[in-house]
Design a protein around this ligand. Structure first.
Ligand SMILES: Cc1cc2nc3c(=O)[nH]c(=O)nc-3n(C[C@H](O)[C@H](O)[C@H](O)COP(=O)(O)O)c2cc1C
Length: 154
């Protein structure tokens, strides 16, 4: 049975719900999900196996166009990734948010990709929808394979 490791934070439950639905979807393909929601498990641990990160967007103010790019509420995820260089085992990040935020949509995950040097894989809105599960599963496999082929982050 294949296992996908996921590190994420979910504050109002949307990302958590997405990952629960993804887990149910992948069970049918005999794929298991091993997940840490740092809202429930905030204590930083060293992560030794490759994982994908999921990050919803919570920004301070902003007009969705040209200001308000400061992350709030989710910064614990950044510390977790920094802890013992955990980010080196992250083969990519998936952002989420609400498209009403225009240019700020899913922005924090893009900022993390730049900061840590892992790929921005893709995004989904709120709790995701039916077509997202297969799409995101295929993307995860692609980026994980690439990472393993390269022997880690470039
Ligand atoms: C205070 C606040 C600020 C937010 N800012 C953004 C934003 O800048 N961009 C965006 O795409 N979504 C934004 N959102 C929407 C959340 O990213 C979205 O609801 C997400 O699904 C929350 O994930 P969670 O329920 O797993 O915590 C914001 C939501 C709140 C409550």
């Amino acid at each position: 049975m294949d296992t996908i490791n996921i590190l994420y934070i979910s504050l109002s439950g949307n990302t958590k719900s997405f990952i629960q639905d993804l887990t149910t979807y992948l069970k049918l393909k005999s794929v298991d999900i091993n997940e840490i929601n740092i809202k429930d498990y905030p204590e930083e641990k060293e992560l030794n196996t490759p994982f994908v990160t999921f990050l919803p967007t919570f920004l301070k103010g902003g007009n969705g166009l040209d200001n308000g790019y400061t992350e709030i509420l989710t910064t614990r995820l950044s510390s977790y990734l920094q802890y013992k260089n955990n980010y080196r085992n992250c083969y990519g990040i998936i952002g989420s948010g609400n498209r009403n935020f225009n240019k700020q949509y899913a922005l924090t995950a893009k900022q993390y990709a730049e900061r840590f040097g892992f790929p921005y894989i893709t995004d989904f809105e709120l709790r995701g929808s039916e077509g997202d599960f297969e799409r995101i599963y295929i993307d995860i496999l692609k980026y994980r394979d690439q990472y393993l082929l390269n022997g880690g982050l470039n």
